[in-house]
Write a protein that binds this ligand. Structure first.
Ligand code: SAH
Ligand code: AVI
Length: 322
């Protein structure tokens, strides 16, 4: 009942090497957030979801607990749930249960870049949902969308957790346009988006008092140390996360605490940092309904359902191909 196809090969190693070389060679240093998620990074993200300050997971769960049946009905009770960036699929159970209760559930397709968590998730779910067919894909959803199987009976393509906010506007538009082109008449996108709110709550969510987000952020340096034989000293960088109100996004960086040089042996690259110089590791965009409707329209999608929590902190929206 479980198959997991792994599409991370030598090409992805070469892609990482190219990304990191470009990201660390220019005047404004940057690393892509997908490199956070090795086994340790996925575990740290799971810890983030339980932090008192990190509200997005809690409020998205609240919506799913209360509205999953309605969401599944509004999506036409499809047979397949595809999930991009599925991780542990902790909240996804509410959707799967609603699909099982509506007697439409046949297949779950978790799609994630982290191989370990995708295997673990598939094994847990097949026990929890007897008869469920699981077809996992370990790949980069920005590059391998075409590997997602097309199925009879309609699909919900869920992209939860607010991960869409980790894409810059232009790659986000391209990604959503490619998703739109994949949607048949019976398919719906189900998108989780964190909503614009006051700076204090946003900044607290990304600067937790237990320091887990700082550890998660620095974990990308451990990934480079292991994968590219780099010699980053994690104690020589500090975690920085603040809200850019003009761009409506969190801006997350690592700041060098000293003048230092880092060697990335696999790239034959020496990277110099001045004290105070930063590497951006992630953005996390926050949305409004109006803004999202425009984003959908620009990508060839149309809003087909809007579900928020009581505090209007977060939205799940359904979209169809326009
Ligand atoms: N959906 C879960 C996890 C969100 S964390 C939740 O809502 O809690 C983001 C997830 O997306 C991680 O599991 C990470 O491994 C995955 N991910 C990040 N970038 C990715 C990419 N480019 N391709 C595939 N998966 C990616
Ligand atoms: C996965 N993604 C939606 C998280 C976010 O909130 O942007 C990642 C994260 N980064 C720091 N804390 C959580």
């Amino acid at each position: 009942m479980i198959t997991v196809d792994v599409h991370l090969d030598e090409d992805s190693g070469a892609a990482m090497a190219g990304d990191v070389r470009r990201g660390l060679s220019g005047p404004r240093k940057e690393l892509a957030p997908k490199y956070f998620y090795d086994e340790r990074g996925s575990q740290l993200f799971e810890q983030i979801t339980e932090l008192p300050e990190y509200y997005p997971t809690r409020v998205e769960r609240e919506i799913l607990v209360e509205r999953s049946s309605e969401i599944v009905a509004a999506a036409g009770a499809p047979a397949t749930l595809v999930e991009l960036g599925s991780g542990s699929a902790a909240k996804t159970r509410h959707l799967l249960s609603a699909m099982r209760d509506a007697a439409c559930l046949r297949t779950y397709v978790p799609v994630d870049i982290s191989e370990e968590i995708t295997h673990e998730t598939a094994e847990c779910l097949v026990e929890e949902y007897p008869g469920l067919e699981i077809h996992g894909l370990v790949c980069d959803f920005e590059h391998h969308l075409e590997r997602i199987p097309d199925r009879d009976g309609g699909r919900i393509i869920a992209f939860l957790g607010g991960t869409i906010g980790n894409l810059y506007p232009e790659p986000r538009r391209e990604f959503l346009a490619r998703l739109a082109a994949m949607l048949g008449p019976d398919d719906r996108l189900l998108l989780g988006t964190d909503l614009v709110k006051d700076r204090a709550r946003l900044e607290a969510a990304y600067n937790d008092s237990a320091g887990v987000t700082a550890e998660f952020n620095k974990n990308v340096l451990s990934v480079l140390n292991r994968e590219l034989d780099a010699d980053f000293d994690l104690d020589a960088f500090e975690h920085v996360a603040d809200y850019d109100a003009d761009r409506e996004r969190m801006d997350i960086r690592l700041r060098s605490l000293a003048d230092q040089a880092v060697r990335v042996t696999e790239l034959d690259l020496e990277v110099e940092f001045a004290a105070g110089e930063e590497i951006r590791t992630e953005i996390s965009a926050k949305f409004t309904r109006q803004g999202l409707e425009r984003i959908y329209a620009d990508a060839g999608l149309g809003l087909a359902g809007w579900f928020t929590d009581a505090g209007a902190d977060y939205a799940l929206s359904l979209a169809r191909r326009a």
